[in-house]
Design a protein around this ligand. Structure first.
Ligand code: SDX
Length: 392
């Protein structure tokens, strides 16, 4: 973590830094981006609008938003030689591993983006990252399917382009329905930033050494991949599918989650900060009902998720530990209804979190924060003399 380090016992003595971007209150279940409530933004804004808010600090005017979208469009072409890198991966490679590698590789084709010296270079790095990251994120899926890689269509919107880049085939043009675009806007907004979580702290730490934005974001992708962090949304779906396959017995899995001799954890439950409902989980649960109903998707997994949530919320083990559903518990159910494959769920999280990572990196650099250098509590051996190997 970089910046003014204060040890706040409320956060289990983890370090903390100063930021104006996101406020969250774990006890009350409050989340705000630059002072706007997540409930308001998820309902009334679109993803690029919220990205602009996080990165530049204010909601954009119509003209500013159009300009931002057009400036992103200038950089959506990814160097063709990047395809040589993606061709080096087996089809079975996990998309998050490919995405981390491709994001870092962007530096090789955009060397100027390493040292951002002024506002103009910062703005260019922001637009380049927003544009290119979305394209390479979808290339990880296209590669795994053996499909040709798609290009961004500058006549379409950012979120609509995501679905096109993912699913359009030379033989089959893709038309995203407004329901799908609205659902994705909301999901990306809900994932856009979350204070100093594991992956964002990683982006700030790497950026604090003045490594470039692509390298810092690549590190954030790797941190997010872990099943205790962003990888949880994939783990939730795999858990729900296993419960469904084994007859849908939620109580059996609640018991497993409570058994200290069993490594199983209820994925999508619990949080380092929220000791109340994760406000994002409430919004996503409601959206899951709406999107599946509108798309006419009957998914037994949703019923299992609700049963699991109900049982856990009534159970003393979970109640006494303030374990509630988090952002990852319901999101995968919507992704599945939109046709997104399970191993792309954490890539979806990364696309949503990208503006937050960029905003936090930009804030840290503009505040000229010192290189991150957490200290430790030494618990090793006291001073001792060396003994030669023949005497050990
Ligand atoms: C994200 O930080 C962020 O903001 C992250 C995030 C973001 O937007 O960036 O919100 C996104 O990463 C959400 C979290 C996704 N991860 C999961 O859903 C994985 C399952 N959850 C856990 O593994 C766990 O809850 C963590 C990792 C999220 C938090 O872990 P902690 O800090 O170790 O949990 P804790 O200290 O609060 O645990 C207290 C007790 C422990 O038991 P006891 O030692 O008291 O007996 O609760 C138990 C834990 O074993 N516990 C669980 C549990 N989570 C905690 N028991 C069963 N199932 C769980 N999911």
């Amino acid at each position: 973590l970089s910046g003014a380090i204060t040890i706040d016992p409320g956060y289990k003595n983890s370090g903390s830094c100063k930021s104006e971007i996101t406020f969250l209150d774990g006890e009350l279940g409050i989340l705000r981006y630059r002072g706007y409530s997540i409930e308001d933004l998820a309902e009334k804004a679109d993803f690029l609008e919220v990205s602009y808010l996080l990165i530049f600090g204010e909601l954009p005017t119509k003209v500013q938003l159009e300009q931002f979208e057009n400036d992103i469009r200038k950089y959506t072409l990814v160097n063709e030689e990047m395809k040589n890198i993606i061709d080096g991966f087996p089809k079975t490679a996990h998309p998050m591993g490919v995405l981390a590698a491709l994001t870092s590789a962007l530096t090789a084709f955009n060397p100027k983006s390493v040292n951002v010296e002024n506002d103009k270079e910062m703005y260019e790095a922001v637009c380049k990252t927003m544009g290119k990251f979305l394209v390479i994120a979808t290339w990880t899926y296209r590669k795994s399917m053996g499909y040709p890689l798609n290009y961004y269509d500058n006549t379409k919107g950012y979120v609509e382009n995501f679905m096109r880049l993912m699913f359009e085939l030379p033989t089959e043009p893709y038309k995203a329905s407004p329901v799908v675009i609205d659902a994705l806007d909301r999901l990306f907004i809900l994932h856009a930033d979350h204070e100093q979580n594991c992956s964002t702290s990683t982006v700030r730490m790497v950026g604090s050494s003045h490594a470039g934005l692509f390298a810092s974001i690549s590190a954030g992708v790797s941190a997010l991949w872990g099943p205790l962090h962003g990888g949880a949304n994939q783990a939730v779906l795999e858990m729900l599918e296993e419960i469904h396959k084994n007859g849908g017995d939620a109580e059996k899995y609640i018991a497993k989650a409570k058994d200290k001799n069993d490594p199983f954890r209820l994925m999508g439950f619990g949080h380092r900060v929220y000791k109340n409902f994760d406000p994002r989980a409430k919004i996503i649960k409601k959206a899951a009902n709406e999107v599946l109903a509108t798309l006419g998707v009957e998914d037994p997994i949703l019923a299992i998720a609700k049963k699991l949530e109900e049982s856990a919320l009534e159970d003393e083990y979970f109640k006494s530990r303030n374990l509630y559903p988090n952002v990852d518990f319901y999101s995968g159910i919507i992704y599945r209804a939109l046709g997104i494959p399970t191993d792309m769920f954490t890539v979806m999280f990364a696309i949503g979190r990208l503006p937050g990572w960029i905003a936090q990196w930009k804030e840290m650099r503009e505040n000229k924060e010192p290189i991150g250098r957490p200290r430790q509590i030494y618990t090793g051996s006291p001073l001792r003399d060396f003994v030669s190997s023949d005497k050990r």
